[in-house]
Design a protein around this ligand. Sequence first.
Ligand code: ITT
Length: 196
Amino acid sequence: GRLVIASHNPGKVREIAELLEPLGAEVISAGDLGLPEPEETGTTFEANAELKALAAAQAANLPALADDSGFCVDALGGDPGIYSARWAGPSKDFRVAMEKVHAAMAEKGADAPDGAQFVCVLALAWPDGHIESFRGTVDGRAVWPPRGDRGFGYDPMFQPEDDTRTFGEMEPQEKHARSHRARAFAQLVDACFRRG
Ligand code: ITT
C-alpha cells in the first residue's frame, strides 16, 4: 500500500526512502502532497513524531510515517535535542548550528571530542488515529572541527563510538548499518513482523 513520509527534511526523506526500499512500499513525501508542516509543540521526540504522523495521516487519508530526531550532547544536558532543527535558524544552516553547539560546549568547559548521541523516534499513524512509535539511538562523540560532506544536519560533527570517521564521512549504507534512524526502523519492522 501507499505510505506518506511525513517529513519536509530532504535528508531524512532520502534516508527513510532508502530504508523502506527493500520492503517495496510505495512512498509519497509530505512535500510532494503539499501537506502543511505542523508546529512541533511537543516536549519529547515521541510527542513531536506522533503529532507530525497523525496530522499527515489525517490530511492525506493514508498511513503516514514521521521522524522526530536530534543531536544530544552530554555536556549540554542533551541539547540541542528536540531543538536540533531550530538551532540552525530560519536559513537551516547546519554549519551555523554546529558552531553554536561547539561554542556552547566550550562555555561549559567541555572540549570536543565529548560524549553525544543521536536519537530518532519514528511514528506510524493511520487515518483512524491509531499510532505507534519506535525509538533508536546511537552513542558516540561530538567532534571538532566537522569532517565530511555526506549525510545532512549534524552528521559532520558526530563520530559513532565504533568508528574513527564521522557520519559525514560515510557512505549512506555505512550510516544505515548503525544509525539511530536505522535502529528505530528495525524496531518498526520487528513490530510489524511480530504482528504477522
Ligand atoms: P521534519 O520535522 O519535517 O521531519 P525537521 O528537520 O524539522 O524535519 P526535526 O524537528 O526532527 O526535523 O529536527 C531534527 C534535526 O536533527 C534535523 O533537522 C537534523 O539537523 C538533526 N538530525 C536528525 N537526524 C540526523 C541525522 O541522521 N544526521 C544528522 N543530523 C540529524
